[in-house]
Design a protein around this ligand. Structure first.
Ligand code: CUA
Length: 343
């Protein structure tokens, strides 16, 4: 039975895997996981059934109008007081048949919806668990390890291995947020004081975008979670690199920058494993330079953007928790040089 289920799951994922090679335009709703594929299929079932019903109604309406005209009731003729008994019987039968068909179609859609829903939330055993904590307005991502050195803390970017079921543990520390990665699954709320779970079977490697789907304050629209699905060996390599502490900076400017980071205000909120900075109020920066974007997707991760973000975050993301950092230009350059070494 288990083998059969596993095979049926594989059959479900096969078109997805086949499509990694084909020239398929990726959109926000193109399924990249078994769950998204189920949602996608159910959507198309509803769509085509609705098209069929609407077409039927329009054809019946056109036919009724045509027949009415063909019967040619002349203007000014006496109203039809005694209806035709045979016509009434036929109309009654047609209404009854249409009602029965409507009930059957609605029942069919209900059954399809329940079956797809059951398959969608039939949680397989997930060998990988990832904790995602929502903050105003960024995502904290944790990969629990057996020892503290295996534990990984990162932000705004989650990497997942293709073909491996993963359980996302979802929490919030402030207000209600909602995680929506349309290519992978439906929405799931992150609620303060309550942990929600979402089990995924990512299939198609690629880079996808997750969004906050519940209004959570001023910067709700700038709360992006980048999702990278990659082959398991690439993922293991990534995780291994993320586990490493930051190496001590070599170049003189980066060394000066590390000093600015630790002695200045940065280390009051941010941590860098391998340095003296151990705070965890803000995103962990141990491998900040390896991430594609800054400030939960608000900026590309380039030295210039990083410099602009550090000196005046409020002009880029008004209301964000990060205060402006007033530093002499040379120290700011050193700080950016240091952060660029954190790959
Ligand atoms: Cu978080 Cu909207």
């Amino acid at each position: 039975m288990t083998g059969l289920r596993a095979r049926s799951r594989f059959a479900l994922a096969a078109p997805l895997l086949a499509c990694t090679a084909c020239d398929y335009r990726k959109g926000a709703l193109d399924p990249a996981s078994s769950e998204a594929l189920l949602i996608h299929l159910l959507w198309w079932v509803f769509f085509w059934v609705s098209v069929f019903v609407l077409s039927g109604v329009l054809v019946a309406l056109a036919l009724a109008l045509y027949r009415g005209r063909a019967r040619g009731v002349a203007a000014g003729s006496a109203p039809e007081v005694e209806p035709d008994a045979e016509l009434e019987r036929r109309t009654g039968r047609a209404v009854l048949a249409a009602s029965a068909l409507s009930i059957l179609i609605l029942l069919g859609l209900l059954v399809a919806s329940v079956l797809f829903g059951r398959e969608l939330f039939r949680a397989p055993h997930a060998p990988l668990s990832v904790k995602i904590v929502a903050h105003q307005w960024w995502w904290e991502v944790e990969y629990p390890g057996k020892t503290s050195s295996e534990h990984v803390r990162t932000a705004n970017e989650v990497h997942l291995p293709a073909g491996v079921p993963v359980e996302l543990e979802l929490r919030s520390v402030d207000v209600i947020h909602s995680l929506w990665i349309p290519n992978l699954h439906g929405k799931r709320d992150l609620i303060p004081g309550h942990t929600n779970h979402l089990v995924l079977r990512p299939q198609r490697p690629g880079r996808y975008e997750g969004r906050c789907a519940e209004f959570c304050g001023l910067q709700h629209a700038r709360m992006e979670l980048a999702v990278v699905i990659e082959p398991p060996e690439v993922f293991s390599h990534w995780l291994e690199r993320q586990r490493r502490p930051a190496p001590p900076p070599g170049a003189p400017d980066a060394r000066r920058g590390a000093d600015v980071f630790v002695r200045g205000s940065c280390s009051l909120c941010h941590g860098v494993t391998g340095s003296e900075a151990a705070a965890s109020n803000g995103p962990d920066l141990t491998h900040v330079a390896s991430r594609a974007r800054l400030a939960a997707g608000a900026l590309p991760n380039s030295p210039l953007d990083l410099r602009a973000w550090i000196s005046d975050p409020q002009s880029i993301k008004p209301g964000a928790q990060m205060p402006p950092t007033a530093l002499p230009s040379a120290e700011l350059d050193d700080l950016v040089a240091y952060l660029e070494t954190l790959r």
